[in-house]
Write a protein of this length. Sequence first.
Length: 267
Amino acid sequence: MSRISTMFDALKASNKTALVPYIMCGDPDLDTTLKLMHELVKSGVNMIELGVPFSDPMADGPVIQQAAERVLEHDVSLRDVIGVVAKFREIDEQTPVILMGYLNPVEVMGYEEFADIASAAGVDGALTVDIPPEEGAEYTQILKSKGIDPIYLLAPTSDNKRIESIAKVAGGFVYYVSLKGVTGAATLDTDSVAKRLAEIRQHIDLPLGVGFGISDAETAAKVGAVGDAVVVGSAIVKRMAEHGANPEKLIASVTELTSAMRQAMDQ
């Protein structure tokens, strides 16, 4: 059983929801990323979504786009990101880590090589935004052969045909994008999210994570009451940008937010 499945089973048994922070790997540097990952686990997160920097992050709003730009100035590559996961695994063998990024860096490396080195490093899942299930059969098959779950996105506009096509190929969990638009977009209507998740669950047995628009503990708790995982990105990356010159303050600020979210979700 994969780390992701084990985590969701354990949380379900204790009637809890996963808290999944997104951080851009290498922001402000690789050493800080590694330290932050360990401190996030101590703060109560259950899985880490590690951003792979890319020059044209089409699904991301300004906050995460700017983070990618900062990291690319230091020439952080996909190999560097995987290397951070390998170092994380030297201490933490339990917490699932998924890579979130775009297909181009994987294409350059090659599907087989990417899957080989990511699996060896301890990567559990890959969320590759810009490869739809209709075109990703080879990629998905290679990931699964190496024990890496292919994570797919669903949008509020996804119809039943699309939901069923993703149900056939996805692994680990399915990421529901709760808003129309990019990351960092505005207010979240949790009632609409709950209704949509109920509809999706008629077609998908995997856990459903919810992301986009979750910026505080109150919203995290509301989403946590209806989803299987709460994914928090821009609110965290914004704090990382504010404190990039002081890694200690950065880690303290980010974990303050995730601790508050975990506490609110558990109440």
